[in-house]
Design a protein around this ligand. Sequence first.
Ligand SMILES: C[S@@+](CC[C@H](N)C(=O)[O-])C[C@H]1O[C@@H](n2cnc3c(N)ncnc32)[C@H](O)[C@@H]1O
Length: 278
Amino acid sequence: MSDPETWRRQYMSEPVQLPPEIDTTVPSVARGYDYALGGKNNFEVDRVAVDTLFKTFPGVKELALDNRAFLRRGVHYLVAEAGIKQIIDVGSGLPSAGNVHEVAHAIDPSVRVLYVDIDPIVLAHARALLAENDTTTVIQADAAKPESILGATETVELIDMDRPYAVLLSGILHHLHDEQDPQGVARTFREALPSGGYLLNSNFLDDDDQRARDLDRDLAVSFGTGRFRTWDEHRAYFEGLEIVDPGLVYANDWRPDGHTKVNSPWHGFLSAGIGRKP
Ligand SMILES: C[S@@+](CC[C@H](N)C(=O)[O-])C[C@H]1O[C@@H](n2cnc3c(N)ncnc32)[C@H](O)[C@@H]1O
């Protein structure tokens, strides 16, 4: 896996043809997250939106970085310790340093990875990045319609649904509105998993802190999405699964490594966990 600067230099040297449907007048979650992570695949409108959030919630970039760091640790666990060889990454985001397939392939190059995102800019960049990669592919689909992901031709061709695989819902269910039934989405993915399959989850957390509610409100204005839900709601995403140690916890408390900011002032705004289907 390349370090962030090496990756950025290699990656940014590849010109990417952006599809015409990309709207640069409205902030996008994928591009705003990319900006928060220090990436370059974003526009003025995305940067202004994130910088505006920063004024009332100075931890906005830390939440993105902490979420991404949990994702990397979680994928490392899934491949290195749980022996997972197939991954469906829902709401995968723009390619960034330490992508899921890179973390997985550094441990086992045969791991198959399906990236899924609703934003066409993710598809454009991921396709360019993955052009030469036959273990990893990307599709455009809506996380709110899990059947459309599980039943897609690319999914069926890449993922053997009868053998254990992991579904990653990292920073995605909080982008679904209540009407889109995030609990139903998690349930559909859980029910589809074979025994020995895994569900990874990380989400904005309302740990009874007014600042979470304020950011929820401001995200609705700027990005149209970003819900802070309670521990109980997050726990329900794992119903019927065996929760891997240390359980459903603040993201930075999930198996921290030498780089994890365990004393971050923002640690109470993100939960994370991994469950295994018995
Ligand atoms: C906060 S980013 C998380 C990226 C990555 N999973 C991570 O944890 O680093 C959320 C991603 O979900 C995507 N997204 C938002 N709503 C979606 C939906 N309904 N279906 C699929 N993807 C969606 C956004 O385009 C964005 O790329």
